[in-house]
Each structure stands twice: as C-alpha cells, then as structure tokens.
Design a binder for this molecule. Structure first.
Ligand SMILES: NC(=O)c1ccc[n+]([C@@H]2O[C@H](COP(=O)([O-])OP(=O)(O)OC[C@H]3O[C@@H](n4cnc5c(N)ncnc54)[C@H](O)[C@@H]3O)[C@@H](O)[C@H]2O)c1
Length: 256
C-alpha cells in the first residue's frame, strides 16, 4: 500500500492508457502526483478523481515536444510539493494504425515522432534530473522512461516509432551512467502489446486477433495496470540496485 508514501512523482502521458493506470496505482501507493499531458479534459478529470480519493494530485497541461512545457511541469511539482522523487516519462504517439512504410514515411510525421517520442523524453529528463538533484539531493530518486519492444527490435513500416523508441533506450542509459553515482536511477520500461486507446483500433482487427496466439507466447495482450506494476517497482526502493536496464513487459515476445 505505501511503496511510494509521500514521494512526489511526475507522470507524462497521464491522461489515458498506461499513464493513467500508473497514476491510479501510484496514488494507491501513497505518492503525491503531478499529471502532465496535452489532453486537458481527461487529465483534469483524473486529477479531480484522485483528489476525491484523498491523493494530492495536480494536472499540468503539457506538450512534451515543447521544452518550456516540460520545464513548467517540473517546476509545478517543486512549487506544489517542494521536491521531485520520481518521474515516469510515458507520453508518446504512434505513427498511425497503418504502417506508413519507410520510403513513403511523411517528413512531417518523422519530425513529430522525433519531437514527441524522443525530444519529449530528453526535455523532461533534463529538468527532472536537475530538480531531483536540487530538491532531493538525488538520493533515492528514479526516472522510468517508456520505450517499447520497438526500442530493441524493428517492425516494418514504422521507422519513426522504431528510431524514437531506440533513442529512448539510449537516453535512459546515458542518464543512468551519468547520474547513478548521485543516487538517481534511470531505467527503460518496454511494453509489448497493451490494451490502450493507442492500440485499441489495431487490436480490434480480425487480422491482429488471428495472429495474436502465435505472436505472443502468453497468447494475449496486457492491461495497462500490468505495465503500471512494473513502473511502480522501478520507481520504488525495491529496485534499489537496478539502473540503466531495459525491462520488457511483453508476455515473452522478445524471448522468441
Ligand atoms: N499500448 C501499447 O501496446 C504500447 C506498446 C509499447 C509502447 N507503448 C508506449 O506507451 C506509452 C503510453 O501509450 P499508451 O498505449 O498508454 O497510449 P495512450 O494514447 O493511451 O497514452 C498516451 C498519452 O500520451 C499523451 N500524449 C501524446 N502526445 C503528447 C504530447 N506531445 N505531450 C503530452 N502528452 C502527450 C496522450 O494524450 C495520452 O494521454 C507511449 O509512449 C507508447 O509509445 C505502448
């Protein structure tokens, strides 16, 4: 119940899917929360719901592709709670339900994928690391970045997503080796096939349903809370010697 008691945690992409499930779980574990997302309606509603349940939570409208927004979200945490202990950089976008293909990949889509999925994580980490050092001395702090199984292997037709998620793995390692000695652990969380608003249209197709039992050793997709549980472990003191790792939550997909 109290894995994150009194810890201050910032979650990006908190309005729906994996981010939302993580916010709900962190709230149950006693954290004080900053929810950052560009979806203000659902973000505000979640913050209100959590507050009603007794959690200290605030929503900050944030577009992670803008450095100033990321800085503002971190500042909001420090202003409200005086410190930052944990961050889950989870906001992300897909390159569409249909793979656009490499040579036809729209250039604007490439720029947007890099801006949100890669630069967004860098901007957030840049301000979070500074805030963790300044407000908590770094000790016991943790950053978890959401990559994907596409951060370790490639899928055809989605070069922007694959490159961005590989980049997240690199960024996480870069921070892990630089800041591990100062108490801040940085790790990558790599979801496989998770049932969220991002994936629901793809998962609903008969084509996907047909290949699922063959594609995933466990034969099913996961619910967002199954990823949130791993985020909790990586943010909590239970993973105190885990730094720079890539933890896949994929039902055995990458083991094949
Ligand atoms: N669902 C899966 O199967 C799966 C698999 C691997 C990785 N992921 C990754 O998990 C993360 C969460 O995705 P999800 O499946 O929960 O999808 P989702 O669409 O439900 O959640 C993504 C959240 O990020 C927010 N967001 C998007 N762009 C943003 C921006 N520029 N600034 C701020 N917030 C922004 C959205 O509003 C949304 O709340 C993403 O990084 C995604 O790439 C998901």
């Amino acid at each position: 119940m109290n894995e994150l008691k009194d810890k201050v945690a910032l979650i990006t992409g908190a309005a729906t899917g994996i981010g939302r499930a993580t916010a709900e779980l962190f709230a149950r574990e006693g954290a004080r929360l900053v929810l950052a997302d560009y979806n203000a309606d659902q973000g505000e509603a979640l913050a209100a719901e959590l507050k009603q349940g007794g959690t200290e939570a605030l929503f900050v409208r944030t577009d992670v592709s803008k450095a100033a927004d990321c800085e503002h979200a971190v500042k909001a945490a420090v202003t409200a709670y005086g410190r930052l202990d944990a961050a889950f950089n989870n906001a992300g976008i897909s390159d569409g339900p249909l793979p656009p293909g490499f040579i036809d990949y729209p250039l604007e889509l490439w720029d947007r994928m890099m801006a949100v999925n890669l630069s967004g994580v860098f901007y957030c980490m840049r301000y979070q690391l500074r805030a963790m050092l300044e407000t908590a001395g770094g000790a016991g702090c943790a950053i978890v970045n959401t990559a994907s199984i596409a951060g370790q292997i490639a899928f055809p037709g989605i070069p922007g997503y694959v490159a961005g998620k590989h980049g997240v793995v690199g960024l996480t390692k870069a921070a892990a080796v630089e800041y591990g000695g100062r108490g801040i652990r940085c790790n990558t969380l790599a979801p496989g096939f998770i049932n969220t608003p991002m994936t629901a249209p793809v998962f609903a197709s008969p084509q996907f349903q047909g290949m699922l039992p063959m594609a995933v050793p466990m034969g099913r997709v996961a619910e967002p809370d199954e990823v949130a549980q791993a985020a909790l472990w990586l943010c909590s003191a239970r993973s105190s010697y885990v730094n720079g790792t890539y933890l896949s939550v994929d039902g055995g997909f990458l083991a094949q």
